[in-house]
Design a protein around this ligand. Structure first.
Ligand code: SF4
Ligand code: SF4
Length: 442
């Protein structure tokens, strides 16, 4: 028997016991100091048979002949080649009604095209052609601001819902929106189409209103609060994303308190680091990113205040990177096809374009194969990294921006231990009562 390569050890400061988190199986065990010392000395053969059986059940020790990266490969391939689900991101327009300070897309000014009617029809046809045999169809509207063109949005959801109903497919739609253009009538209409919305905040009113502003510089905080109230009134599914950098980090407490006071306690909140890695324009201020630990601690604070949350960094790339699944595509306003939504506008990442039959033509097979076959286990750093089952090699586009290739490690930090510690704390707070665990290397 041998120790799993995906174990993370959290040692009680007093040295009384140790928690072992297995990143591959997402299992957690508390072991006493004696077992910990035997693991540290690589004397697994001396561990009591009963204990060994439990350790083996949880994947913390494994058979000598097992290559655990093969198991990880199977998991990646399962996520990649799902036969039942299809996802599409539609960018109906790159135009935007806001001018957020940190916008990586250049405020809808660097890219500003909107889909014409032909492209809308090609997009709908393309999606219909690509969902044969599947059970779930999910369409995400992204921008720019998709609600600048509500006619396109409603045409797409109405036609696809009708098609899905006739084909026995479950249809859902989601919106990555700045939220400011939702009206009561739009919300009431969208509710018929199994929609959910993500709305972004950047801090309490005074901070948010200095960052997320319209083209005239007016803040949007009060508008978003009134939209959230309408979502609640109409039972529309929504969650909040909070973008964080060193400038607004200390103010997020105040945002959370305000949301609680306004009756939005318990909501799902995703915290994301404002990053300059994927950017069409240089940020016009000195952007200092928050690190993984700061983000994780923010999640813990939000959870303590009654919100539902999870460190987005962990989720992002294995379960949430929409470029990973084989049958996932993003369609931009010109009808060009990409694997990654944020790659629209990079000609080298364009897979092809849609023709009038809704088929991809002018195909760049090299780009298609590179994106589709990205395998973190073929990236040297990721293959040797114990966090690979959570991180999955990070964001391909970040890797491209940094190293000129998506086949490179897309992480920002090697040490994801702190985030694992926070995940464990969030899930099992009772284990931390009277204990102060720290990450240790064996
Ligand atoms: S991107 Fe970094 S943290 Fe993620 S698996 Fe690769 S080396 Fe590990
Ligand atoms: S590659 Fe990066 S930017 Fe693109 S979908 Fe995946 S996580 Fe998002």
């Amino acid at each position: 028997m041998k120790e799993s390569v995906y174990n993370v050890y959290l040692l009680d400061k007093e040295g009384a016991d140790c928690l072992v988190y297995n990143v591959l199986h997402r299992s957690l065990l508390r072991i006493d100091n004696e077992v910990f010392q035997l693991m540290r000395l690589r004397r697994i053969d001396c561990i009591d048979d009963g204990v060994l059986k439990v350790l083996k059940n949880e994947g913390i020790v494994v058979d000598d002949g097992l290559n655990e990266s093969d198991m990880l490969k199977i998991r990646f391939n399962r996520a990649k080649y799902s036969a039942t689900s299809r996802g599409f991101t539609i960018i109906p327009t790159h135009a935007c009604n806001l001018a957020c300070k940190y916008c990586y897309q250049g405020h809808g000014d660097v890219l500003s095209a909107t889909m014409n009617t032909k492209t809308v029809e090609r997009t709908i046809e393309f999606i219909k052609k690509n969902v044969t045999g599947c059970k779930n169809l999910d369409v995400n509207f992204y921008g720019g601001e998709p609600l600048l063109v509500p006619d396109i949005v409603f045409r797409v959801v109405e036609e696809l819902q009708h098609f899905a109903d006739e084909s026995g497919i479950h249809f859902s739609a989601s919106f990555t929106s700045n939220g400011t253009l939702f009206t009561e009538s739009i919300i009431a209409r969208l509710k018929d189409y199994n929609c959910r919305v993500q709305i972004t905040f950047c801090g309490p009113r005074e901070v948010h209103d200095s960052i997320r502003v319209d083209k005239r510089g007016n803040g949007t905080y009060d508008k978003l609060i009134s939209v959230l109230t309408l979502f609640k009134k109409h039972d529309m599914a929504f969650h909040i994303r909070v973008d964080v950098d060193q400038d607004n980090l200390a103010t997020i407490d105040s945002l959370l308190r305000d949301l609680n006071e306004k009756g939005f306690g318990g909501l799902y909140i995703a915290f994301c680091s404002i990053s300059k890695d994927i950017c069409y324009t240089e940020p016009d201020w000195d952007l200092e990113e928050v690190n993984v630990k700061e983000l994780a601690l923010l999640c813990k604070k939000a959870q303590d205040m009654g919100f539902t949350t999870f460190p987005v960094y962990i989720h992002n790339f294995v379960e949430k990177c929409s470029a990973l699944p084989d049958r996932y595509f993003a369609i931009d306003p010109k009808g060009d096809i990409y694997k990654c939504i944020a790659a629209s506008g990079y000609p080298e990442h364009r897979l092809g374009t849609l023709n009038e039959k809704g088929e991809i033509v002018d195909m760049d097979y090299e780009a298609y194969c590179t994106w589709t076959l990205r395998d973190p286990l073929l990236i040297k750093e990721c293959a040797a990294c114990k966090f690979a089952p959570l991180c999955g090699g990070g964001c391909s586009l970040v890797a491209y921006q940094k190293y000129g290739s998506i086949n490179a490690a897309g992480c920002k930090e090697k040490e994801l231990g702190e985030i694992v510690l926070t995940v464990v704390k969030l899930r099992y707070p009772e284990l931390f009562e009277g204990h102060h665990y720290e990450i240790v290397e064996l």
